[in-house]
Design a protein around this ligand. Structure first.
Ligand code: ADP
Ligand code: MG
Length: 500
């Protein structure tokens, strides 16, 4: 097993990569009961550089039992909100203290530039853990003035309390592995739940390092369990396990539906953050240069492997050519290379499968009559590099306009008036996000309520804030992450009525 030696790793990352990888169940590090492992590949080279346990239903069952017993243990039940807050703050501190190591592991695993992994993934994970740590001490019920008209002679005291939902199964994708782990594990632990986390088979490593840090932060054994394995085996077993009270999933709409159906059999609570096909809408008063830069960043950031990627670009006709030229020029200027190279602005796609998927979509766009303005091809024969790609000349019904590509590919289309762009923007099954580029307040305000999307950005795209709810309309999901309502997902409401 080898790593790209052109770009050396820090000592800490090299040590972690070289060590045997095990799952964390009930505070113990263990192999899969079957002894099976799965290969972890470096997307920059295609080489296998690590192996992790390939868990199956037996391991998942063991992890769910461990999480249940931790949930009922005095060490966790008896912990006060302030204890959970402190453990989460400590975990955030440890994520930051090990930032370079985590970033390098993420880069080897996912391919993304190490500078981006550090600036975005690791930094946002630490920031989010701090944000959610604060919520641990702000979970509130309410007192209710009860009428109970059938019992007029009696007096009552009524109130609600919020209780942790129990064992949480978290299934996360490969595009922001550490950050997604933080998004799921943070609120679950803040609310007093325990967790079984299953990272994506393509990117299992930072979740394992995160689990080490959680132990170091002082969380009791069994509160966080991490089990690596394939989605259709370990993931499916977790979604269908009757001992899981809530499943929190981020990934494709297709898998989200399977998970939702499996969960329903046990009435397991679910929240689903799914795919997107987010429109970038540029009105003709916008500065074409600034809009082009924004549109390029909206789709090429993280190689387009972002659920909110701005993969459809709608530009009002008067400035269509100018914006398109800017986006194409921007695409050509981006430096693509191995993520460990500090000069790379874009890395490879995550896997050979993903590369083939993206190339298949580009080909389908060409077959449907689209014109490639720039990109369209793979780079070299080693690793999973694809050029940032701009297509135009495609109708609403083309597959590449309707379906999520999850790659650095944008389809640009001109429009004439607002009614037309609203119709275009809402024409896919998805509804995750959208951005509008304009300073014409009247037109912007008229558009915002008409766009079917969980988030609308104005003159920016993809900016996330821990305090703003995030989630999808339509087939982009159920529920919201971030913000104060997050705690609702990880708690049940108990109503108490006392006759005095
Ligand atoms: P992709 O197709 O790009 O890999 P997925 O939605 O399949 O995206 O992956 C997101 C997560 O869902 C991963 O952790 C994966 O292992 C998991 N997963 C995939 N298939 C299933 C399934 N049938 N049941 C549960 N989890 C799954
Ligand atoms: Mg999959």
């Amino acid at each position: 097993m080898s790593i790209d030696h052109e770009f050396p790793l820090s000592e800490a990352a090299a040590r972690f990569i070289a060590a045997p990888k095990k799952n964390l169940i009930g505070g113990h590090w263990c192999e899969a009961q079957s002894g099976l492992t799965l290969d972890v590949r470096n997307p920059a080279t295609g080489e296998v550089f690590a192996r992790v346990p390939a868990a199956d239903a037996a391991d998942i069952d063991q992890a769910v039992r461990a999480a249940r017993s931790a949930f009922e243990s005095q060490g966790w039940r008896g912990a006060r909100p302030i204890d959970r807050e402190r453990w989460l703050l400590k975990l955030a501190e440890l994520v930051e203290a090990n930032a370079q190591e985590l970033a390098e592991i993420e880069t080897l695993d996912n391919g993304k530039p190490v500078t981006l992994a550090r600036r975005v993934d690791v930094t946002q994970a630490a920031d989010f853990l701090r944000y959610i740590a604060g919520w641990a001490t702000k979970i509130e019920g309410s007192t209710v003035e009860a009428s109970a008209p059938a019992f007029r002679k009696n007096e009552f005291f009524a109130y609600t309390r919020r209780e942790p939902v129990g064992v949480v199964g978290a299934i996360i994708p490969w595009n922001f592995p550490l950050l997604m782990a933080a998004w799921k594990v943070g609120p679950a632990l803040a609310a007093g739940c325990t967790v079984v986390l299953k990272p994506a088979e393509d990117t299992p490593l930072t979740a394992l390092r995160f689990a080490e840090l959680a132990l170091e932060a002082g969380f009791p054994a069994g509160v966080l369990n991490v089990v690596t394995g394939f989605g259709h085996i370990a993931g499916a077993a977790l979604a269908a396990h009757p001992g899981v009270n809530k499943i929190s999933f981020t990934g494709s709409t297709q898998v989200g539906k399977l998970i939702g159906k499996a969960a329903m059999d046990n009435m397991t609570r679910v929240s689903l953050e799914l795919g997107g096909k987010s429109p970038v809408i540029v009105l003709d008063d916008a500065d074409p240069k600034a809009a082009a830069a924004g549109a390029a960043n909206a789709v090429f950031f993280n190689m387009g492997q972002v659920c909110v990627a701005g993969s459809r670009l709608y530009v009002q006709r008067g400035i269509f050519d100018a914006v398109l030229e800017g986006v194409s020029a921007g695409a050509q200027k981006l430096r693509i290379g191995p993520g460990l190279d500090p000069n790379s602005q874009l890395g490879p796609l995550v896997s050979e499968k993903q590369m083939n998927r993206v190339r298949g979509y580009i080909q389908s766009g060409i077959d449907d009559g689209g014109r490639v303005l720039t990109g369209g091809e793979r780079i070299g024969e080693r690793g999973y590099f694809v050029k940032p790609t701009v297509l135009t000349g495609l109708g609403e019904q083309a597959r590449i306009v309707q379906e999520e590509v999850f790659g650095p590919v944008v389809v640009a289309t001109p429009f004439d008036d607002l009614d037309e762009v609203v119709k275009l923007a809402n024409s896919t099954p998805y509804g995750l996000a959208a951005s509008i580029w304009s300073n014409d307040l009247k037109r912007v305000q008229r558009l915002i309520p008409r766009i079917e999307a969980g988030t609308v950005w104005v003159n920016c795209h993809g900016v996330m804030d821990n305090a703003l709810p995030f989630g999808g309309y339509k087939q982009s999901g159920i529920g919201r992450e971030m913000g104060s309502s997050l705690i609702d997902h990880y708690t049940e409401t108990k109503s108490v009525l006392m006759m005095l």
